[in-house]
Design a binder for this molecule. Sequence first.
Ligand code: ZN
Length: 306
Amino acid sequence: MCSDPKTLCSILPHHSPLTVTVANNAILRSTSHGTCQIDADHGVIDIAPVSHVPGLSRNLISIGQATSDGLEFRFKKDSCQILDDHGRLISEIMKDTNNLYQLPSKVSTSTEKHSTTANMSSVDTHRLWHNRLGHINDRDLKASLQNTINCNWSTRASQDGSPCHGCMLGKMPRGDISRSSSSSTTRPLEIIHSDIAGPFPTEGLHGRARYYISFLDQHTRYSSVYFLQKKSDALSAIKRFINMANNLFSDQGFSVKILQTDNGGEYTSEACQTFLTALGIVHRTIIPYQSEQNGMIERLNRTILD
Ligand SMILES: [Zn+2]
């Protein structure tokens, strides 16, 4: 509940007015509610619905409502930690001398919100939308938002010199991955590149996959991805892809000649080698821990993961 409507955005009327009895038994009336955004130390806390109660002497937050919305509160001797629904710390507030936990009310007021909208060049705003849109790159972020939000993209956030920590961890390539391959091909299926990625911390929606195996034809750049529940499912995916590729190109007389991979056990296993040998396919491996040699498929994987 709050008394100042400027602290709210997206204000809507209540279906029926609320009455609130305060400490001196006075009865206050609320006719509308909205969303309050609090700029905390490590993020923005969205609190909704917040009733607008004119005459209220203090803004009050309902812990019950907030926990229903996914926030977690950890009360300690001298402080209270507020965590989001992923357990990430958003803010830690100290208990004051009256035994009250006071949110450091860096509330985004309507005026501030308007000025934020008008000056979307701020580092925080850029980073916020970058995070909200799944760590999207700057070009696509601009394309996504420039028609909806009035912002000055010429001074975008990355100019503050601090790259996104998540992107640094997740997208940092190990070395320069060469675009050109060491050998060239003259026809489809001459060289097929393959690699396995995973395990990923979260299971896929379909088939609870935690790995995937990718295949890329060096000549046509045709690529194919199969999701795997276990790494040991790789062999059946290799068989499926090669049989499918050979079948598709059998009319033209093309079939897979070379399978280029790293030294992964799924490729070097006896069962896989037997399958490849039976089809006359040469298995070419790259030097361990030199994934740059497998550049083409590594770049495909990075594109898929990004
Ligand atoms: Zn990022």
